[in-house]
Design a protein around this ligand. Sequence first.
Ligand SMILES: Cc1ncc(COP(=O)(O)O)c(C=O)c1O
Length: 390
Amino acid sequence: MIYLDNAATTPVSGSVLDAMKPYFSEKYGNPSSIYKVGQEARSALEHAREEAAKLLGASPKEIIFTSGATESNNLALKGVAFYWSQVLDVKPHIIVSSIEHHSVLDVAEYLEKNFGFEITKLPVSEEGIVDPKELEKSIRENTALVSIMYGNNEIGSIQPIGELSQIVRKANEGRENKITFHTDAVQAFQYLDTNVNDLDVGMLSLTGHKFYGPKGVGLLYVRDGVKFLPQTQGGSQERKRRAGTENVPYIVGMVEAMKNANKSGKEISVLRDYLVESITKEIPDVVLTGPKDNTKRLPHIAGFIFKKIEGESILINLDLLGIAASSGSACTSGSLASSHVLTAMGYDDLLAHGSIRFSLGKMNSRDDVDELMKHLPQIVEKLRGMSPIK
Ligand SMILES: Cc1ncc(COP(=O)(O)O)c(C=O)c1O
């Protein structure tokens, strides 16, 4: 099999699996138990927290372990919004970009629909990038939270987080109730600087399985002083901010994977460029979606629109040959709704239906791209021949 869907998930690496193993059946204690086996688990948990904090430029108490970025994003948005509505007694306004992952976008819509909170969805350019001026214009008196992803999962566009956070910093001058800037750094963590002080963010979400860690574990960084209401009750774990017994083996595994992250991304971006060049040169009527400038694109993601055909049909044909890719995000494939990301960038429904995302990982080589290119041009030609759209 040739796996070209690393933005959907990655396999657990050998060193991560080795780091996790002892915590399943030897050191299986509950970190809240006071006896030895519990304390062993507690010390592994706190060690993992220290390491994760160090890697993010944070302090350990600012790290909350969760079940993944979906939970982290829910906690960030709901936690801050409900703190404003319930504690400050102010109806909160939340700003998100229109190309966020559904775990941000749907939460914002839920809060608007069910609680009447105010939501602004910032537009993006045709390259999928937020204009800082749009953020500046949309900040209101009651703005509680700004949530803008670091790198997009469908098209790979990198947002100017540093610039955006400075706008929030400026808007906060003299404000009694400060706006929190949150970023979903799920796709970016593996390759970009995610030091929370360099980015100047108040909250940041990660999930383990996008960088060779396990699924079902993530974290939310919350800067000291940022106020939010916990969304899970029933225990005093995670300093009463997220109740529930901590998943020690998975947390240990995720942090091991964080330590192994290849921040440079150089090699993978060379491979991505080879893929982009091969597809755009060898196949007619193809659009590379997202930024033209490669420095504004995540090293591992390249999205395309193959005009006049359905992305899903290409996927099925590739799958029959043992090649895995995705049409948009994993969450949207399976449904025929066109991608909200491409629509926000100005593509019409017809074009958006022809989208395919290839995302590379450390197991891929030029041979994989060559193998893909042995088949993709014929698949596209065959499907276009059958297409009712001329
Ligand atoms: C940008 C982004 N945010 C959040 C998530 C959600 O992560 P998880 O499903 O691990 O909770 C994903 C996963 O596809 C993602 O790509």
